[in-house]
Write a protein that binds this ligand. Structure first.
Ligand code: AMP
Ligand code: ZN
Length: 747
């Protein structure tokens, strides 16, 4: 970490290497999960200061898809982290231009590169060359450092033959009908990486028995060429071609030696590819092959495995053609830990793109004064960032530090220094050379007019201008340092803001797909919203649930920050309203979109401190209960309401928490949108239910804490008075003569 250059690329990494020995002392120890041992280990290289790293590279018969690219990004972050910690990394990434055959293809002697060449009417070499260039271009766009060596399988065949010969000599392999097979039973440790010893079982693939094999678990190191096959090589066993796994054993040994520090790949490589690689290399060399196995979990698209037949296989070019920057994908990949599945959606990519742009804007904030304390704080943040990354490459945790810094009150020069330091690992090109072009004059005039109106507290016309700017595809951000106006790029247009609850589709007619929907609606109080939301996320855990957050016209950056929450947590969905829709309408967005059997509306003043969900479930399963909550009120005249002291039936449940069965909405309808202010809206909802014979109940044991209520405290007293009164009369008009519903009257 001696260097603080933000530039990625070769030069920077070379400079870093030279500064290595000095900075190694300060770098936190790298703790890294090892697939082989199934535990996190403190990384220590075979040779001090140097790391030998091998990455299973692409098979070049098609474009790399974003799943492959995620795996290469993981390797890139690992390498950059090692380099930033002062190690010299020798990184080798193979190019499979021949021989990548899954077992079942091998049986048919089919090679993907050859098959693609046939299909495209080209030679295998042409195909391989074309897709290799495309791959290197994709990696470049994603700021993935070039490997030191990109060995081609086709150039390493003689080494594979040599290795195979050694295995035959040492009796780990046998020849049958021009093929050479590895005898699995000759290597007792077979299965130590994956815990698996036989192919096919996990995929449900029925492999046709190969009569030449002594044991069906054996795998081919060499295959005899079928007549007329292009791409054949001579060998002691006749003309043929190598198996897939032997390629990595041979290339790793050739370029890194027989012992290597780190080997990376995707989880699908664990078996049989890496299991077989271990067997071949360790049998041939007589010692441990790889110290540390690092496997990246798969990327899914819209929750599904990518496949040609599902039509959900995307390349980087596909993302670019939709107007995304490749680095938005790099950002998105950093939001998910490499050992977790990454569910790719365009909504999350859009949020990542937005987050990235916002981060870059942060680097343009005007300078402030740098104090001694700020300097000290700077070092603390720096340590936090690198420590997070060093904890099993926890990029999401590092990214969280990035955002804390970006949002902090640190002086701008310190923020810049930190973000540039962090970008040595992230490499999101946070420092952009050019400012975006100035918006046209008429737009600038609208912005100043709006600023004038806002200063005069004349909000309706100011909002109207904001609406016109948005309609012209400009985004208006009111920040502490002033208003920033940015053109909304193509990919973000027309997607986001809603202007009425009816703008979102109602899913209520469909069956519930989840157990819980938690709805949180806010228009101000970012800290409160964050506290509430994170407490919900914490206690929701891994339930089948969703959280719907409605940004009900936040005036500041908070609305945007929510997108990052949604990126980081697939359970969270965010809707942005382009203005304040009203309290009831905002909540109706949640209700219309709810897919959970139980719906909870939680106010941002509330913090969840325990498992409310398990307590609510049986309560809501009681068919006599219409609405449940933690706080309720009782009345004797429908005019004055007192907070209920005890658990049990109440006249109405208060809006801090209102929980109900989703299907009840079909019966009583949504919230009454005439209630634009929140007061009495909750009472109206309870009364609507109670008039249908349902009970309103509170459970005073629900683990919830109430904090200050921003909507109340931030509304000026006169306005608050006026709005409350209006809602009160609306309520009274509807329910004032329904004394029959009051508990005290009934008793
Ligand atoms: P291939 O080109 O199929 O050999 O794959 C290249 C690399 O991408 C390997 O390390 C695979 O494990 C990895 N990979 C394949 N599919 C996915 C996926 N859906 N998500 C993440 N990585 C993948
Ligand atoms: Zn490999």
């Amino acid at each position: 970490m001696a260097e603080r250059s933000a530039s990625g690329g070769r030069a920077a990494s070379q400079r870093r290497r030279r500064g290595g020995a000095r900075s190694r002392k300060r770098a936190p120890a790298l703790s890294l999960y090892n697939t082989l041992t199934g535990s996190k280990e403190t990384f220590s290289p075979l040779e001090p200061g140097r790391v030998k790293m091998y990455t299973c590279g692409p098979t070049v018969y098609r474009y790399a898809h974003i799943g492959n690219l995620r795996t290469y990004l993981v390797a890139d972050w690992l390498r950059r982290l090692l380099e930033a910690s002062g190690y010299q990394v020798r990184h080798v990434k193979n190019i499979t231009d021949v021989g990548h055959m899954r077992q079942e293809m091998l049986e048919r002697g089919e090679d993907k590169v050859i098959a693609a060449a046939r299909a495209e009417g080209k030679t295998p070499a042409q195909i391989a060359h074309f897709y290799t260039s495309a791959f290197l271009e994709d990696e470049g766009k994603l700021n993935i450092l070039r490997a030191r060596v990109f060995p081609r399988a086709s150039e390493t065949v003689s080494d594979m033959v040599e290795l195979t010969r050694t295995l035959v000599e040492k009796k780990f392999a046998y020849v049958a009908g021009g093929n050479v097979y590895f005898a699995v039973d000759s290597f007792p440790q077979y299965g130590k990486l994956s815990g698996q010893v036989a192919a096919g079982l996990e995929e449900g693939v029925r492999v046709q028995a190969d009569p030449l094999k002594r044991d069906q678990r054996d795998f081919a190191l060499w295959k005899a060429a079928e007549p007329g096959r292009e791409l054949v090589w001579p060998s002691p066993w006749g003309e043929g071609f190598p198996g897939w796994h032997i390629e990595c054993s041979a290339m790793a040994a050739k370029h890194l030696g027989p012992r290597i520090d780190i080997h990376t790949g995707g989880v699908d490589n664990i078996f049989p590819h890496h299991e077989d690689e271990i067997a071949q290399s360790e049998a041939a060399f007589g010692h441990r092959h790889v110290n540390h196995w690092v496997h990246a979990q798969h990327l899914l698209v819209d929750g599904l495995k990518m496949s040609k037949s599902s039509g959900n296989t995307y390349t980087l070019a596909d993302l670019e053609s939709k107007g995304f920057e490749p680095l938005a994908f790099r950002y998105l990949s950093a939001t998910v830990h490499y050992r977790s599945r990454m569910n790719f959606t365009f909504a999350s990519l859009r949020a990542a793109q937005r987050a990235l742009k916002r981060l870059r804007l942060k680097l343009r904030e005007p300078d402030g004064r740098v104090t001694k304390t700020a300097q000290a704080e700077c070092e603390r943040w720096r340590r936090r960032f690198w420590r997070a990354a060093a904890n099993d490459l926890n990029m999401p945790a590092s990214l969280a530090v990035v955002w804390e810094v970006a949002r902090s009150r640190l002086p701008a020069p310190i923020k810049r220094e930190l973000l540039m330091d962090f970008d040595r690992l992230l490499v999101l090109d946070l420092v952009q050379p050019d400012r975006p072009p100035e918006p046209p004059v008429e737009i600038q005039e609208m912005v100043s007019e709006r600023a004038r109106l806002r200063r005069a507290r004349d909000y309706p016309p100011a909002d109207e201008i904001r609406g016109r700017l948005i309609a012209q595809d400009f985004e208006v951000r009111d920040m502490r340092s002033g208003t920033v106006i940015v053109p909304v790029p193509e990919w973000a247009r027309g997607q986001e803001a809603i202007s009425a609850s009816g703008d979102v589709e109602s899913l209520l007619a469909g069956p519930p797909e989840l157990d819980f929907t938690v709805g949180v609606v806010a228009r101000q109080g970012c800290a409160e919203l964050e506290r509430c939301l994170s407490s919900v996320q914490r206690w929701l855990g891994h339930r089948r649930a969703e959280v719907i957050v409605v940004d009900n016209g936040f005036e500041d950056e908070c609305g945007r920050q929510l997108d990052e929450v949604a990126v980081a947590d697939p359970q969270v969905r965010v809707f942005h309203a382009d203005h304040f829709l009203g309290s009831a309408a905002g909540r109706n967005v949640c209700l219309r979109q709810a897919r959970g059997r139980y719906v909870l509306l939680i106010d941002t003043s509330v913090e969840v401190t325990g498992d409310i969900f398990s307590r609510l479930e049986p309560l809501l399963d009681d068919p006599t209960v219409g609405v449940a909550g933690r706080w309720g009120v009782v009345t004797h005249d429908i005019r004055n309401f007192d907070e209920a002291k005890a658990a049990g039936d109440v006249d109405a449940v208060e809006g801090y928490l209102m929980a109900f069965r989703r299907d009840i909405l079909q019966e009583i309808g949504l919230l009454d949108e005439k209630f634009r202010f929140y007061r009495h809206l909750d009472l109206d909802f309870s009364f609507a239910l109670r008039s249908r014979g349902y009970r309103a109940v509170v459970d005073t044991e629900l683990p919830l804490v109430r904090h200050r209520h921003v909507d109340w405290e931030e509304t000026p007293p006169e306005e608050r008075e006026r709005l409350s009164k209006r809602n009160f009369y609306r309520f009274l008009h509807k329910w004032g003569d329904r004394r029959d519903l009051i508990l005290s009257q009934r008793a």
